[in-house]
Design a binder for this molecule. Structure first.
Ligand SMILES: Nc1nc2c(c(=O)[nH]1)N[C@H]1C(S)=C(S)[C@@H](COP(=O)(O)O)O[C@H]1N2
Ligand SMILES: [Mo]
Length: 262
């Protein structure tokens, strides 16, 4: 390429001014079209790349590689000691907006609900809402952010995930890299890296504005995880399991960043 440009410059020496101009224009246009063509070829190359197997078609592998690079940079730099900004009760909205109803349909017997914990393939725990409510309550008032572009200061109460783990003797499970949570019908599911789950502001939440959650906000129990976008705050948790591999995640399968940290 360098040699090619040098030849053009030396060749220009014996040309008239007009000839030089038209030659330069020619070069400019050639470069312009070459770049255009490269763009078009690049686009089709990307378009024809295999998809990564997400449920709704997923995303092209080079784009997924980009997301994974993001994860390496931002996933790794997560500081578990850093707190999300907290607000006063007066600053919180009177009624949080309702967003997303995957896995929170009518076909649900709230009275029969218990949180199912998979300790390992042969051991399970079933925990009632009353047992969870007996644990110390932690309140968090923070700016809840949705990836759709809205945010609102909202007020939630529940048990700190880390307290819950300790109380139910789940420390061996929490030594794994991820926790997965699913709605009872398994329609909505999230995977959370353990440092974020054990973050002091992450709660298994049963109250909004000091009142029991409504079904739309995830009664009986939901996750509130202020260090992440709203997609990770799963409503109506049915079961929980632990893994060193990334648990399935509804929105990661649809192209969003797995960590979705703030
Ligand atoms: N089960 C379930 N949980 C969910 C969703 C969903 O569709 N189903 N949507 C998520 C999204 S995108 C957001 S922004 C928040 C909204 O919580 P809210 O309706 O209590 O405001 O819930 C999250 N948790
Ligand atoms: Mo969201």
């Amino acid at each position: 390429m360098k040699k090619f440009l040098k030849n053009l410059v030396t060749k220009n020496k014996h040309l008239s001014e007009d000839e030089k101009i038209s030659k330069r224009s020619f070069i400019s246009f050639s470069v312009f079209f070459a770049l255009q063509a490269a763009g078009v070829v690049g686009f089709f190359k990307l378009k024809n790349q295999p998809l990564d197997g997400g449920l709704l078609g997923g995303i092209q592998e080079p784009l997924r590689d980009g997301l994974e690079t993001n994860e390496k940079i931002f996933g790794g730099s997560f500081n578990p000691g850093k707190l999300a900004k907290e607000y006063s009760k007066e600053e919180a909205v009177k009624e949080a907006r309702i967003n997303g109803n995957v896995g929170t349909g009518e076909d649900f017997e709230a009275a029969e609900w218990k949180l199912n914990i998979v300790k390992n393939s042969s051991e399970y725990l079933e925990i009632s809402l009353d047992e969870i409510k007996k644990l110390p309550k932690t309140e968090v008032i923070y700016n809840f952010k949705c990836i759709e572009g809205w945010s609102q200061v909202s007020y939630w109460g529940g048990v700190r995930f880390a307290d819950f783990i300790k109380h139910f003797g789940l420390q061996p499970e929490a030594a794994m890299k991820y926790v997965g949570m699913m709605t009872p019908d398994e329609e909505y599911y999230v995977g959370i890296d353990m440092p974020s789950a054990l973050h002091p502001q992450t709660i298994l939440c049963y109250e909004h504005n000091n009142k029991s959650l409504t079904p739309d906000h995830g009664y009986p129990l939901r996750l509130i995880i202020p260090v992440k976008y709203g997609i990770k705050s799963i409503k109506r948790i049915g079961s929980m399991y632990f893994d060193n591999e990334k648990p399935s995640d509804y929105w990661a399968e649809r192209g969003y960043d797995y960590y979705s940290g703030l």
